[in-house]
Design a protein around this ligand. Structure first.
Ligand code: MN
Length: 352
């Protein structure tokens, strides 16, 4: 049967996937009830690791993973609303809603990847030392050919995570950030706060600032000097209007061309959830109305992942400001799952 619609294509893919799983009869849902929760049902029960993947207690076992979920519970870099120290636990708990199977793509992440939750990077409430911690942790993960998925944390952590990636890669890296804010202020109140990470990342020797791309910037919360500095460093900025006028696919194409230019070896993706319209997900440090729609963000990350990524993070989920449905955390989880899905579909994961 030829598939005419996306729906038909997805149903055909599901049939093939079930064959791979051992057929319709081999279902955990029709077997006798176990006494204790060990699998993915009931969804609300069990220990809330990310996507209910195994908790990797022994860090010597990280090398066996393809994807490592790791929290960065840090909010000392916030300049207004704190709370992102609870971001990792919130994304972990709401990730219980998700299965590892994606309908449209017809793949199951758990069949394609060894995934594990390695816990949190130890947080020190001193920004420069925290960046050293993050940088060492992320570089050790990347050096083991494991794809890090960092659960933030405020956006100041991006300086540490990006530094960690640059230490692990021979040659230059590029960075794509989705954000309503440039995060290009040199210092705020004398410190490397969460509106500064892309400025400092652009001073790392093997990260040419011309390979930094910003998508979704706009509104009333940016700094004119930071914007002028962004231009002086030759960075690319694509606004929400660009997404509206050019379309998501064209914006992704421009972003990839700039991020991968001049022999870049790998690209890192940093997603600030405030890029999504604050009318939809408001649980974040600096909500700015007029951002992207969830489906635009999801299509963007799908496209941006096509040529491969070296790692990713979702930052600025601030549960004290989120609603009772954990809407913002839910979007954070979805962004991660959709990115991983695209990496698998395009055979960019596993890395080994
Ligand atoms: Mn940001």
């Amino acid at each position: 049967m030829k598939a005419n619609t996306h729906g038909e294509k997805a149903l055909l893919a599901a049939e093939k996937l079930v064959e791979k799983m051992g057929g319709m009869e081999n279902s955990p849902h029709t077997q006798d009830l176990p006494l204790f929760v060990r699998g993915d049902t009931p969804s609300y029960a069990g220990i809330a690791t990310f996507l209910k993947t195994p908790y990797i207690v022994d860090l010597d076992n990280v090398k066996d993973l393809d994807v490592a979920f790791v929290g960065a519970p840090f909010d000392v870099g916030t300049t207004f609303r704190p709370g992102t120290r609870f971001g990792p636990e919130s994304m972990r708990s709401i990730s219980k809603l998700f299965k590892t199977y994606n309908f449209e793509a017809g793949i199951d992440l758990a069949l394609e990847l060894q995934m594990g939750d390695i816990g949190d990077i130890y947080s020190i409430h001193q920004i420069d030392r925290e960046m050293e911690q993050l940088s060492s942790a992320i570089s050790s993960i990347v050096k083991q050919n494991v794809f890090p998925v960092v659960l933030g944390g405020d956006h100041s952590i991006a300086y540490g995570t990006i530094m960690g990636v640059t230490k692990a890669v021979e040659g230059n890296i590029g960075v794509i950030q989705l954000d309503r804010h440039l995060d290009m202020t040199p210092l705020m109140m004398g410190e490397k706060m969460h509106d500064t990470p892309l400025y400092h990342a652009g001073s790392i020797p093997n990260l040419d600032p011309k390979n930094i791309v910003h998508i979704g910037i706009g509104g009333w919360q940016n700094d004119a000097r930071a914007a002028a500095g962004t231009k002086q460093r030759g960075q690319t900025v694509l606004t929400v209007d660009d997404v509206v006028d050019l379309g998501v696919d064209k914006v992704a194409e421009i972003a990839l061309e700039k991020a991968w230019a001049n022999g870049v070896k790998a690209v890192y993706l940093t997603v600030d959830v405030d890029v999504i319209d604050s009318g939809i997900s408001n649980g974040t440090g600096w909500p700015e109305p007029g951002g992207l729609l969830p489906r635009e963000v999801l299509r963007l990350v799908k496209k941006l992942a096509e040529p491969g990524l070296i790692g990713m993070e979702v930052v600025e989920v601030s549960p004290p400001y989120d609603d009772a449905n954990q809407q913002t955390a839910l979007m954070g989880v979805r962004i991660i799952c959709d990115t991983l899905c695209s990496l698998v579909v395009n055979k960019r994961l596993p890395l080994k």
